[in-house]
Write a protein of this length. Structure first.
Length: 319
């Protein structure tokens, strides 16, 4: 539902730290382990062909491109791999790496001081990007690191074990991870356009007066398109958002009362024409960029504000 926002340089540093930790782990393993993993990754037809015939030759040349191409594959490439190389993604080294070291506990590390806690903290997320309502973060309790965030494998690791450590296959999430189970979602929060595939707004008769309607008469519909149709279905988002109908209804009534005419009048009379300051005071301003992934229900507020202010028939009703 919500795109995972991470400053470009920060994301680049985090992805390379991820690759370096996996490379460090592999470097400590036996020669047979390394050769088997190299052969498995080299067999994936979607990725560029490796430059060397075996791991020993690649290692001698300090060539880890074969690993980087897989671990840092973007979401479209991961989709291709899941379709075209599905039968070649059953090797278990990355799934074992994930289960035994990467995501086991805060005191167990894949390599150096890097583990799942490092990845989640590095992304600086606090809200699940799948639902935009539940907390999903790392925090300290009693002097120890804890987390209520799970790392969801967008392409399930039980089915695609070879993708178990791919950076853009690891999505910090709340209980959506358990709700989804082994289901295949349609949209990945690392994709830039994910937010354009839903519009959270009730289907209301044109010209309706929200003050005369109950929250139950204004159910939040997602108007999902593309891959978000599957996300909404598998994660039960429309049913889960029923508990937010009161908040949505309150915002709709406020927007209708403080319509464009009234906002212009109040900003002129009391704020020297500064309508942005008025909207801040009324909590009717669009969410700031830094709010996404940090505050719950950011998309719900954004979509209601955008929809109401762009449809004059809702805005111009006098209270």
């Amino acid at each position: 539902m919500v795109h995972i926002r991470c400053e470009k340089q920060r994301l680049q540093e985090l992805t390379w730290k991820h690759v370096d930790a996996i490379r460090g782990y592999i470097s400590r393993q036996s020669a047979s382990y390394q050769e088997q993993l190299y052969a498995s990754v080299s067999a994936l037809t979607v990725l560029p062909a490796p430059s060397f015939p075996n791991f020993a030759a690649a290692c001698a040349a300090d060539d880890w491109c074969w690993l980087q191409h897989l671990i840092l594959a973007d979401v479209p490439t991961l989709r291709q791999l899941a379709v075209q190389d599905a039968s070649r993604l059953h090797f278990k080294q990355f799934a074992d790496m994930y289960n035994k070291y990467f995501s086991r506990s805060p005191g167990i590390f894949l390599y150096g001081d890097y583990n799942a806690y490092s990845l989640i903290s590095g992304l600086n997320l606090h809200i699940c990007p799948y639902c935009d309502e539940e907390p999903a973060e790392v925090f300290e309790a009693d002097g120890r690191q804890r987390r209520n965030a799970q790392l969801d494998h967008f392409f399930p690791k039980d089915t695609y074990s070879g993708l178990a450590m791919c950076f853009f296959n690891l999505v910090p999430s709340g209980t959506c991870n358990q709700i989804k189970l082994r289901g295949n979602l349609g949209e990945n929060p690392y994709e830039l356009d994910i937010e354009t595939h839903t519009r959270l707004f009730p289907d209301i008769i044109p010209g309706a007066n929200f003050s005369l309607l109950t929250p139950e008469e204004c159910p939040i519909n997602f108007h999902a398109t593309g891959g978000m149709i599957e996300n909404v279905r598998l994660l039960g988002l429309e049913d889960r958002y029923k508990k937010h109908q009161v908040e949505a209804h309150r915002l709709l009534k406020k927007l209708q009362y403080y319509n464009k005419v009234k906002q212009d009048e109040l900003s002129r009379d009391f704020f020297g024409g500064d309508i942005d300051e008025l909207r801040r005071m009324l909590d009717l301003e669009l969410p700031a960029e830094e709010d996404w992934g940090q505050k719950p229900l950011t998309k719900l507020k954004h979509d209601i504000l955008i929809t109401v202010t762009s449809i004059e028939k809702y805005v111009d009703i006098e209270p």
